[in-house]
Design a protein around this ligand. Structure first.
Ligand SMILES: Nc1ncnc2c1ncn2[C@@H]1O[C@H](COP(=O)(O)OP(=O)(O)OP(=O)(O)O)[C@@H](O)[C@H]1O
Ligand SMILES: [Mg+2]
Length: 590
């Protein structure tokens, strides 16, 4: 993803963001109009000052009080009207920007969620989270503050220059030349600034990823005494983040100082040239004063614009990262015309399936097999032989590089997500639990299930004995990611979750971690109940599971080397027989 970032210009990024979240630009003309009105009204002030001076304040100390009073009254009305218009424009812009950013946040997250498990996992989670949080935040802050300032100040510059030209074109020319030189310089520096802010956003993402991992892995870090290494890594990433921010801010400061210099130079030039020209060339005291007012009206916004430029670059970097996330392809898409699985128990077939992980070697090669509807299959093989990969292909967490996976006779790529997810259940090797109670977690299998149904499911699976040992039965909280349950207990909950979803095809990846004997008995009983009457494919790490299966599939280094009932395979004297011998003596490593 990093390769596509940083290339798009801020303009294309903004257009893309507006296309995704149109609220950002909805009736933008109203905002522009209000803001233009506010600015024009402000520029009228110097005109009033000049008129008052040249008309009502005579050279010999004669003051037309009535005239001055009228001018002041007009000036006040103008200030109020301008203020109100600017205010309304601002409120509108801020509201729309925050609504738009909220939409963008949801869209980005939704897109991320549809991407393949493999690709999302291959990215660092903290970095992905930063897209939806800090990157969007930066863009939002810019739109709310910077966006308004940009509009207000941009209009002010244009209008002020216009009024100057109307007053005195020669002085206006001097100012314009100054502005052009200055802006050209700024545009040039902007490219450098942009690179520095891209680096800042990347460093922020990196530090979030490093800190996120460190916090998640705290128990492991403590257990291995790896605090020093981890702290070193966190400190390094924070330090990199600091320096990236420092370098970007430093450049921003240099640019700011340049703009101060520019302000002084332009003001001096106007005063000197204006005095040299004098009243005989039409530069009255009123005109010169009005002009200095206007120069001020011009310089302040240009300085602000430069400051915003700095901010805008940061926002643009964030926006580019968000858009790169939105543009990342969905690797495992739903078919355009998805089919539903046929009713009843489901058969499974692999036809010459080959698979490799991103840039890795082939981990499954030429796998061809078929599993009849309602049969009970065990998959065995040494660790790393491809069993889990096989299961993931079957539930379409991965798509094969070659060949076809069929469930119920249909290529899984053509099956609708809804049908696949409701008819096929997968109990992964490491049962994942969400923060909440045991009942909440079981309900992930069937969100509409009542407490009564959850309790019944637990009874059916023989979990009630275990539940009685927990503090609050099915209402017991499991902690974050199920951290207050043991690995075996987590698997029990995962089994109940699969059971309540009542699937027609069941995939079980047995846990490799050892559980205590009592829990093991409970697990085995639950699994038997779960499997009864369905097609089941169990990645077996226990001899008993393989023995009880109708068919055993034996994987060796990514190939299906043997298949058949347990008895036949034992007598055949091949890979499985050797595995069986190890199992019996208790030395198998799977
Ligand atoms: N996400 C991944 N990215 C790259 N390679 C992977 C990934 N997951 C697994 N592999 C590789 O694919 C091969 C098969 O892995 P798999 O998890 O399918 O093995 P397994 O038979 O389930 O092992 P175990 O018995 O330990 O669970 C291994 O060599 C592993 O290193
Ligand atoms: Mg595995």
């Amino acid at each position: 993803m990093t390769t596509t970032q940083a290339k798009a210009s801020a303009y294309t990024s903004i257009r893309r963001a507006v296309a995704e979240a149109p609220i950002i630009a909805r009736r933008l003309w109203v905002v522009l109009l209000l803001n233009l009105g506010g600015t024009v009204v402000q520029v009228l002030i110097p005109v009033i000052v000049q008129q008052t001076l040249d008309r009502y304040v005579g050279g010999a100390g004669v003051v037309d009080v009535g005239g001055v009073a009228t001018a002041v009254a007009v000036g006040m009305v103008i200030v109020v009207v301008g203020g109100v218009m600017t205010r309304f424009g601002l409120v509108r812009l801020v509201t729309q920007a925050s609504m738009g950013m909220s939409d963008l946040r949801v869209l980005t997250f939704r897109h991320l969620f549809r991407r393949s498990v493999l690709h999302v996992q291959s990215e660092r989670r903290g970095s992905l989270v930063s897209r939806v949080t800090s990157d969007v935040q930066t863009v939002q802050e810019f739109m709310e503050w910077g966006g308004v300032m940009f509009l207000v100040n941009g209009t002010q510059v244009v209008v002020a220059l216009g009024v100057m030209a109307a007053y005195e074109w020669r002085l206006a020319l001097i100012v314009t030349v100054g502005v052009v030189v200055y802006v050209a310089n700024m545009l040039w520096s902007q490219r450098l600034l942009r690179r520095r802010y891209d680096a800042v956003r990347e460093n922020v993402a990196d530090s979030l990823a490093v800190m996120g991992e460190a916090i998640n892995a705290l128990p492991a870090i403590r257990a291995h005494g790896a605090e020093t290494i981890t702290m070193g890594r966190v400190e390094e990433s924070l330090e990199n983040r600091f320096w990236a921010q420092f370098k970007a801010a430093h450049l921003g400061n240099v640019l700011f100082a340049t703009s101060e210099l520019f302000a002084a130079a332009v003001t001096t030039a106007v005063i000197v040239v204006g005095l040299l020209m004098g009243p005989e060339q039409g530069i009255t005291a009123g005109v010169l004063l009005a002009f200095l007012f206007l120069v001020n009206l011009l310089i302040a916004p240009i300085q602000t614009l430069v400051e915003i430029l700095d901010f805008a670059q940061s926002a643009a970097s964030g926006l580019r990262r968000i858009i790169a996330t939105l543009d990342a392809p969905i690797e495992i898409p739903e078919a355009a015309d998805p089919l539903d699985l046929p009713p009843g128990p489901l058969e499974v077939a692999f036809e010459a399936v080959g698979f490799r992980y991103i840039d890795g070697p082939e981990v499954l090669a030429d796998v061809t097999l078929s599993v009849g509807a309602g049969s009970r299959v065990a998959v065995v093989g040494a660790t790393g032989s491809g069993k889990t990969t096989f299961a993931k292909l079957l539930v379409r967490l991965l798509d094969p590089d070659r060949g076809v996976v069929r469930v119920g006779g249909i290529d899984v790529r053509d099956v609708s997500w809804k049908s696949l997810r409701s008819r096929v259940a997968f109990v992964p090797q490491e049962g994942f639990l969400f923060t909440g109670t045991i009942a909440d977690n079981i309900r992930y299998g069937k969100p509409s299930a009542t407490d009564e149904q959850v309790r019944f499911a637990c009874e059916e699976l023989g979990l009630d004995r275990w539940l009685r040992t927990t503090p609050e039965g099915i209402a017991t909280p499991v902690g974050e990611r199920g951290s207050s349950l043991s690995a075996g207990e987590r698997q029990l909950v995962a089994l109940a979750r699969a059971w309540i979803s009542d699937p027609d095809l069941l995939l079980l990846d047995e846990a490799t971690s050892a559980v205590d004997p009592a829990l093991d008995v409970a697990l085995r009983a639950a699994m038997d109940r779960l499997i009864a009457g369905r097609t089941s494919v169990t990645v077996a790490h226990r001899l008993a599971t393989a023995e009880a299966a109708d068919t055993v599939l034996v994987f060796d280094a990514g190939r299906l080397v043997e298949s058949g009932p347990h008895r036949d395979l034992v007598t055949a004297g091949g890979v499985y027989a050797a595995l069986y011998a190890d199992w019996e003596t208790g030395t198998a490593v799977m």
